[in-house]
Every structure is written in structure tokens, then in C-alpha cells.
Design a protein around this ligand. Structure first.
Ligand code: AMP
Ligand code: MG
Length: 278
């Protein structure tokens, strides 16, 4: 069973029908054990992805403030080989970025063959915060859903696997987490008045997310809704989804690596036989 809900093309997403507290009946300890096992498998699949160098992986993390994007990234990086993995946080665009189309800053951060890019926020902010705060006219953000789908299609046809996660937390859990930050001196640096202000727009964000998840789910780049009130369940659901998306490629990558190995041995043999110039 999949712990995250995979949105299907044609689904009309209603976030209120997904329970952010869902944990599939698992205890925290059990979930952590499962995550550990899946994480180990993820590490070996990532190694094959890198070595075969045919495919790349783009992980998009979206969610409201305190939904756990940073925590999810820390969890993935526990297992990932960071030599071929990059994390890219997308902040308020600079004036240089605003002077270009909205995908300009995003496209150049997409992963090269064999690599993994993790987006902490993404091009989706351009149909989320931008829409909620009317940062551009409606006519402009309306076109972006289709533009995003076309952009993602371009990436897919160039060998990029795209996994998009919406970290779904409840409004009460967000309140708890914001208050927690005030109490914990190691977390207080994250406090921002903006987070409390954004919270006033909760319903508009839900509407904007529902539209993004509905309109930008394609067969090859679907959204996954991750119940995130329990951090340990969130980590499990994401790790499972990554592993299950990479697993089907395993045989293909292994075959490619074997072929590369045969070629490499041939070259070595030639060298030993004194057939090469060097
Ligand atoms: P944080 O993730 O807490 O570091 O905050 C980054 C902030 O940048 C968030 O409030 C985002 O909504 C905002 N942001 C990211 N991308 C955009 C964008 N394209 N336009 C406007 N604000 C953005
Ligand atoms: Mg923030």
C-alpha cells in the first residue's frame, strides 16, 4: 500500500477529504524501521541512477509554513549520496529573476543526467503565493498551469523523473508548530511575523493548492498528497514513494551498467595488449 495519495489525472482534489493526521495504523517506531529499510534501498537505487547516467530525478516539495519541507529534506539526505544530490530553496524572486519569465530561475536548477535535485518550494509558488497575494494579474497566473505542464513535459521527455509532494498539515498542527518555535531557542530563529500573517490566508492557500494539484497532475508527473501532521509518517510516505518510483528502472540501469562494464574491460584488455597509443 502507498502511504501518500497519488493524484490521478482528472481527479478534482478536495484537500478537506484527506486527513493530515493519517498514519495507516503504524506506530512511530514501526514507521521509523520501515523508513530505515526503504532509505537503504533508496541509497542503492540512487547509486545505480548515478552510475547509469541515463535518468535524473527531480523532487518537488511544497507545503505551507511549518509543513516540514526542511525536515523531509533532512530525512532524504540521511540516505542519499550528496555528491550527486542538490537542494535548491526557492525564495522571493530577486529583481534579476523577476525580469525574466517565471521558469527561468527554475530551469537551470533541474538535475543533470544521473543527478537528483530537491526543490524546497518551486515554480508552483508562481501559482500559489503569487495568486493568493495578487502579485501578478489573474490572466497571467491562469496561463501558468498549462505552462508548468508543458515545462514538466519537456523535462520528462529529456529523461527527468518528477516526483511532486504536497505536505499536508492541519491548521491546528501549524499553530502548535509556530508556538513551539517560540519556546525552543534552537528553533526561534525561524520565527517570522510573515508566517502568522500568511496563516490568515489559509483558505485561499487551500483553494490555490487544490487548483495546482488538480490542474498540474499528469500521468507522468502526478502530485502526491503526504499526510504530514506526524513527521515520522511524512518521512516514511516520501521515502516509500521515491523508492517505488525508482525501482522499476533497476533492471534497465543494471543492464546498462553491465554493458558499460564490458566496454571498460575491453578497453583495459587493449591497453594491456599494448594496442592503445597511451
Ligand atoms: P521560506 O521557505 O520560509 O524560506 O520562505 C521563502 C518565501 O519565499 C516564502 O514565503 C515563499 O512563498 C516565497 N516565494 C518563493 N517563491 C516565490 C515566488 N515565485 N514569488 C513570490 N514569493 C515567493
Ligand atoms: Mg518560512
Amino acid at each position: 500500500m502507498s502511504y501518500a495519495y497519488k493524484v490521478k489525472p482528472g481527479d478534482k482534489v478536495r484537500l478537506s477529504s484527506f486527513d493530515p493526521k493519517e498514519h495507516a495504523g503504524l506506530s512511530k517506531d514501526k514507521a521509523k524501521d520501515l523508513t530505515e529499510d526503504l532509505g537503504t534501498e533508496m541509497a542503492s537505487l540512487q547509486e545505480l541512477l548515478f552510475a547509469a547516467g541515463q535518468t535524473s530525478l527531480l523532487i518537488v516539495l511544497q507545503g505551507l509554513d511549518t509543513s516540514g519541507k526542511d525536515g523531509a529534506i533532512r530525512s532524504i539526505l540521511t540516505y542519499a549520496n550528496v555528491q550527486s544530490c542538490r537542494v535548491i530553496p526557492f525564495k522571493v524572486p530577486t529583481s534579476e529573476e523577476l525580469a525574466h519569465d517565471f521558469l527561468w530561475r527554475v530551469h537551470r536548477e533541474t538535475p543533470r543526467s544521473g543527478a537528483v535535485s530537491i526543490f524546497n518550494r518551486s515554480h508552483y509558488e508562481d501559482v500559489l503565493i503569487v495568486r493568493v497575494h495578487n502579485l501578478v494579474p489573474k490572466q497571467t497566473w491562469e496561463q501558468r498551469y498549462q505552462q508548468i505542464n508543458q515545462f514538466e513535459q519537456l523535462l520528462i521527455s529529456s529523461g527527468v523523473l518528477i516526483l511532486k509532494f504536497f505536505l499536508h498539515i492541519s491548521k491546528e498542527e501549524q499553530r502548535e508548530r509556530l508556538l513551539e518555535r517560540e519556546k525552543d531557542p534552537t528553533k526561534a530563529w525561524k520565527l517570522a511575523v510573515a508566517d502568522w500573517k500568511e496563516r490568515e490566508h489559509w483558505d485561499s492557500y487551500m483553494d490555490a493548492y487544490e487548483d495546482a494539484l488538480t490542474r498540474c497532475t499528469t500521468r507522468e508527473a502526478p502530485w502526491h498528497i503526504v499526510p504530514s501532521d506526524h513527521k515520522w509518517f511524512r518521512n516514511l510516505a516520501i521515502t516509500q514513494c521515491i523508492v517505488e518510483s525508482l525501482r522499476p528502472f533497476k533492471d534497465e540501469w543494471m543492464k546498462h551498467l553491465e554493458k558499460m562494464g564490458v566496454e571498460a574491460k575491453k578497453e583495459l584488455q587493449k591497453y594491456r595488449n599494448g594496442e592503445t597509443g597511451n
